[in-house]
Design a protein around this ligand. Structure first.
Ligand code: SF4
Length: 331
C-alpha cells in the first residue's frame, strides 16, 4: 500500500481549533504524505494538559474540533491513523523510561521550552511542561516513526528525541529508529509581528466563515511605510502579500508590481487575498459540515485509529521491555 518505508508521526496539541498557519505549516503536506507513507496523526491531549490542565472541558472539546479540522482539510481515515494520545498508556510508559536518561539541565536549555516559558510568563516550570519533549519522543518512538513533519520550533524537540532513542539503542538493543524532521512553511500572522498563532489573536481559523475571513483581512496590518494609495508599497514586508503568494495561483507578480508602483489600494488587495482564502476554505467548510452532522462516524474514526495505534504501541513496548530485561511475565 505505502510506496515508502518511512513512517510518519505528526499531530497537534488539542487546545482549540486549527488555523491557516497549521494548514500551511503541516496539514497540507499531511494530505499528500498520507498517500505515500504509513501516517500516524496524534491528537496530543496530554501535551495540551501541560499548559491547560486546569481547563479539562477545553481539552475534550478540542479533540473533537481538531478531528473535524483534520477531516475537513482532507485527512482520510482510511489512509492515516488518527488517534488520541491519552488513550495510549504505553506512550506514558515509554515517557517514564526515556525520562531516566535525560537531565533536567538539558531540558531547561531547550530553546523552544525557554521561549515558550517566557511567552507564557512562567517563572517556575511545571514538571510536565518541562518534560514534554520527553513525552514527544515517546510519541514518536512508540510507532517507530522515522519522519516528523513539524515547524522549525520543533527542531530542538526532535533533537531530544533522536538523543533519547540513540541512548536507548546503545544501552539496551537497537530497536528504535532515529527520527528526522520535515519542516514546513511558516505563515505570518495578521498583525505582521510573528507567526500566525491562536494565542496571539492574529489567526484565521480553518472553519472561519467568508464574512469572518473578510473582516479579519480588513484589519490586517500592511506595509507600514505606505500611507497613501499612490505611495509605492513594499509587498515583501506585507503579511497580506504573503497570503497572495501562498493562496493564489495566478497574477501574484501583478499584485507585487501594482503595490510597488502604488497602483492598487490595500483595500482592493486585501479583498483579492480574502477571495483566494475563501476559495481554499470552501471545500473544507463543506466537508466539516458533513462530519459535524455525523458525530457517531467521527467517534468511530477515533476509536478505530486509537485501537490501531494501541496495537502498535503494545508491540513496541513488548520489544522495549524485553530489550531492557524487564518483561518478567505475561499478565
Ligand atoms: S497593496 Fe497589498 S501588498 Fe501592498 S501594502 Fe497594501 S495590502 Fe500589502
Amino acid at each position: 500500500m505505502n510506496k515508502n518505508n518511512d513512517i510518519i508521526l505528526t499531530g497537534d496539541r488539542t487546545t482549540g481549533q486549527l488555523h491557516l498557519g497549521h494548514y500551511v505549516g503541516s496539514l497540507r503536506s499531511r494530505v499528500q504524505l498520507q498517500e505515500e507513507y504509513k501516517t500516524y496523526i496524534l491528537l496530543a491531549d496530554v501535551q495540551a494538559l501541560t499548559t491547560h490542565f486546569d481547563q479539562p472541558g477545553l481539552i475534550a472539546d478540542s479533540v473533537h474540533q481538531v478531528t473535524l479540522d483534520y477531516l475537513a482539510v482532507g485527512i482520510d481515515p482510511n489512509k492515516a491513523t488518527l488517534f488520541i494520545q491519552s488513550m495510549i498508556p504505553e506512550i506514558a510508559e515509554l515517557t517514564v523510561i526515556f525520562s531516566m536518561f535525560v537531565t533536567v539541565n538539558a531540558l531547561r536549555h531547550n530553546p523552544t521550552i525557554k521561549n515558550e516559558a517566557r511567552d507564557r510568563g512562567y517563572t517556575d516550570l511545571y514538571y510536565g511542561f518541562l518534560g514534554y519533549p520527553v513525552s514527544q519522543a515517546a510519541d514518536i518512538a512508540f510507532c517507530k516513526a522515522t519522519l516528523v513533519p513539524a515547524g522549525e520550533d520543533q527542531i530542538p524537540h526532535i533533537e531530544t528525541a533522536r538523543k533519547l532513542v540513540r541512548r536507548f539503542n546503545e544501552l539496551y538493543a537497537p530497536i528504535l529508529p532515529e527520527p528526522r524532521i520535515l519542516t514546513g512553511e511558516r505563515l505570518g500572522g495578521l498583525d505582521g509581528v510573528g507567526k500566525m498563532s491562536k494565542s496571539m489573536g492574529n489567526a484565521i481559523s480553518l472553519n472561519a466563515s467568508p464574512e469572518v475571513v473578510k473582516a479579519k483581512l480588513t484589519k490586517a496590518k500592511t506595509d507600514p511605510a505606505r500611507i497613501h494609495r499612490s505611495d509605492p508599497g513594499h509587498p515583501d514586508v506585507c503579511p497580506v502579500f504573503a497570503y497572495h503568494q501562498l493562496f493564489r495561483k495566478e497574477n501574484v507578480d501583478e499584485i507585487h508590481a501594482s503595490c510597488s508602483q502604488g497602483k492598487i489600494g490595500c483595500k482592493d488587495c486585501k479583498q483579492i487575498a480574502g477571495e483566494a482564502i475563501n476559495d481554499l476554505l470552501a471545500p473544507f467548510r463543506e466537508r466539516r459540515n458533513y462530519y459535524e452532522q455525523r458525530d457517531d462516524q467521527v467517534k468511530e474514526i477515533l476509536i478505530e485509529g486509537t485501537r490501531e495505534a494501541r496495537r502498535t504501541a503494545r508491540e513496541t513496548m513488548l520489544e522495549v521491555r524485553e530489550a531492557m530485561g524487564i518483561q518478567y511475565f505475561k499478565l
